[in-house]
Design a protein around this ligand. Structure first.
Ligand SMILES: [Fe+2]
Ligand SMILES: [Fe+2]
Length: 269
């Protein structure tokens, strides 16, 4: 089959206009560069068309309504549909005001199911007010359970917080805290869960969780350094920003990370 392609972006961290730089850069300008790259490469008729983009949270650094307004304005320039998750830096209420068209579940969590040519994409909400760690409570689990009971389609999971610890001390203190409960709900469906995409770590990462392949990537703004020392701060870095082009067939899932600001010379081998 022709691969089904979509984009994975994460950790945009927009700040409200007038608040200046965040860690020495302008997240909205960085997002604009990503949108331009996507428009050149991944729109209909482009060299690597993608069906849509999924953005796995930390959309706004402080969750201000003005930051979400900037985000909406910028994403409107995308040549493809986009689907948003929220992360620990987001404010669910402000998000829902800025994106009233974004579906929520019966309890108001920003969760949705997308039916695609390659299976069901489940976008989970791990935001919990008052903490940077992720939660996936009984009500959210009930929604997930009901979605999984609807059919036997292959499943692709998206969530901001990773269920795995990666060795970066401060980030490992704010992971998905309810990973065990999540696994209990997923376990009976393990054979049809093809991949788990997450954000939060601002790093290119691949691995597995209970045998489920996982991946993440750098954000479009600031990054987290590969620094495993025990310290109480997050080790930041200005490694290049990225988005990912994901290609899926019945047999495989391939994740290409693209450093969209790279000026490294291209040539033919
Ligand atoms: Fe983040
Ligand atoms: Fe995060």
């Amino acid at each position: 089959m022709t691969p089904f392609s979509f984009l994975h972006l994460t950790d945009i961290h927009i700040v409200a206009p007038g608040r200046g730089e965040l860690y020495g850069l302008h997240p909205a300008a960085r997002l604009a560069e990503a949108v331009e790259s996507i428009a050149r490469r991944h729109g209909p008729g482009g060299p690597a068309p993608a069906s849509f983009a999924v953005i796995t949270g930390d959309l706004a650094h402080w969750g201000e309504p003005e930051a979400y307004a900037v985000l909406a304005q910028e994403l409107a320039r995308l040549p493809i549909p986009y689907y948003l998750l929220i992360g620990n830096h987001d404010d669910r209420t402000a998000f829902r005001v800025a994106f009233p068209q974004a579906p929520v579940d019966e309890a108001g969590f920003v969760q949705r199911s997308l039916k695609t040519l390659v299976g069901r994409f489940l976008l989970l909400d791990t935001n919990e007010s008052g903490t940077h760690a992720g939660r996936y409570c009984e009500r959210r689990l009930a929604w997930l359970s009901a979605q999984l009971a609807e059919d036997e389609e292959p499943v692709f999971l998206f969530l901001h917080h990773p269920p795995v610890r990666v060795g970066i001390h401060r980030m490992d203190s704010i992971p998905l805290l309810d990973a065990a409960g999540l696994w209990e709900v997923l376990r009976p469906h393990r054979e049809r869960i093809r991949h788990l995409f997450h954000g939060h770590l601002h790093r290119p990462l691949a691995g597995s969780w209970h045998g489920i392949p996982t991946s993440s990537l750098r954000g479009t703004a600031h990054q987290v350094a590969l620094d495993l020392a025990e310290r109480e701060t997050v080790p930041g870095s200005h490694e290049p920003p990225a988005y990912a082009l994901v290609r899926v067939t019945e047999e495989d899932v391939v994740v290409h990370t693209h450093d969209f600001l790279s000026e490294a010379p291209a040539f033919h081998l």
